[in-house]
Write a protein that binds this ligand. Sequence first.
Ligand code: AGP
Length: 610
Amino acid sequence: MCGIVGYVGNEEAAPILLDGLRRLEYRGYDSAGVAIQEASGIEVVRAVGKLRNLEKALFDRPLQGSVGIGHTRWATHGRPSEVNAHPHVAGPIAVVHNGIIENHLRLRAELEKGGFTITSDTDTEIVSHLIHRETRAGHDMLTSIRRALAQVEGAYAIAVVSEAEPRRIVVAKSSSPLVLGVSRNATYCASDIPALLPYTNEMVFMEDGEIAVLDPDGFSLSTLAGEPVNRRSRKISWSPVMAEKAGYKHFMLKEIFEQPRALEDTMRGRLDRERADVETAEIGLSDEDAKAIRRVILLACGTSHHATIAGRYWIEELAKLPAITELASEFRGRDAVIGEGDLVIAVSQSGETIDTLMAAKEAKARGAKVLAIANVNGSAIPRMADASFYTHAGPEIGVASTKCFMTQLANLLMFSIWLSRRRGTLSEGEAREIVEGLVRIPHQIEERLEAMHEKISDMVREFSNARDVLFLGRGLSFPMALEGALKLKEISYVHAEGYAAGEMKHGPIALLDAEVPVIVLAPQDRHHERVCSNLQEARAREAKIIGVTTAGDAQTQSLCDAFVEVAPVHEVLSPFLTVVPLQLYAYCVADHKGTDVDQPRNLAKTVTVE
Ligand code: AGP
């Protein structure tokens, strides 16, 4: 949460910083600011609210200079206000920060005792004063920052400018993400790749405990302890166009429509149709490793957690291995029983979610092997993991995850097939049916998307005023019901619950009346009959039923007030299809209500606080 960006080169910094912040706005959007080295010294402009307020402030007070840092904030310490917005200035120093300084109260008291005046409620301002204190003691910028950071505990990615060394930016990282970009005559830093894509594809991922000095000719990297680090940049294959809306009203809608392509990219080169198997040499796990696994533990948060529930069902059913899912935030500090023989699969779109990262580290420390499934190449979770299996969804900008969820499902299913083939629990014939079915999925989504969007846009007119919505599903449709409810909550602010259909009668049925739409996932699978019974129970309480049914299932459709059809598929593949109308439903309700679809209130795309 929070996005930072920095530029040092020969062009005007302000437009580059604003452009970078626009691409990082999904990380936080309650205030923003920039600090630029002008001829007379560092000047700061900050504004509360969305980035357009900062743009306006910069229009009224243009800043000129070719070195600067910027920040878009998701408040943790101190409410959104101009005084709490970054950059924070102390003497000749300005700092932007993403993360949390845990010992800030003690440091604040110490600084105040030493005569420093702290004007904001933030933990970040403390860092700027600590650095200032060191520069006052006569240290250069790099040494001052090293010495200051030795005093702080917590998570940070910081970028610092100093009037004493006006052609430099110094950046450092611990836990929060930070990437450097290099091009001819300019060097950049940012919290995430899309901020830099219009300027360069050459990127360097910083590791925890590293600090770098950036100038127009490049960067020098070292550890906080002063050891030089030699790391070459790598070429990132994402293009800037991938991070644009391409004519869609919202990123979320574009990303829903990109799902067939995202799936194809994620499966390309990995499905071995001839042998009805999955090619996962890139993961780096051997056949022996597959046989040695005693249990699989899937760790994730939010939408990624819902993907792991489907993953668990697949691993149990296909590979016949015990598998459990854990909310990463609940796993930590619980003394969970875990150790050798356990494979932990940590799933994260960003690869930076702190709860998932810390839980995976804890599991690894206790002897489990960690496999990361992430979308962002080189992000923290794959870096700490023993093995990685990337999704190739391209950059996801909408705060509500859609296409990354879809590709997480693909990787989890492919991994389950790989495991089961190694463990001899899935025959070639069964595997072939699933692999061939999986190959057809992108087309089966694509062929219905347009019409489904139209139908659901019309449908929501009737249902968008509902205060509560229930999503029901059994088996693999249960995690999709959870995901449908989460999507609706996060972007339309409608209260929604996802429930295992069989659980409805144990409580939630009390909520039902004619005002509550119930979205029932009822594809043709082994649970179909029982789900239809649950549907009837809801109908008997006068709830309005919206069915997600297999195409041509007239009997189920006749029980619904409205329905959406998905293509008939092998039952293990149904989540790929049933989740799409739920994403569109959430999108259409939010769009109908006029909420901020891509940047819903109080949320941030990447959650780097616990
Ligand atoms: C998804 O719509 C949410 N915004 C959120 O639940 C997200 O899935 C969660 O924060 C985990 O993020 P990750 O996949 O980047 O780890």
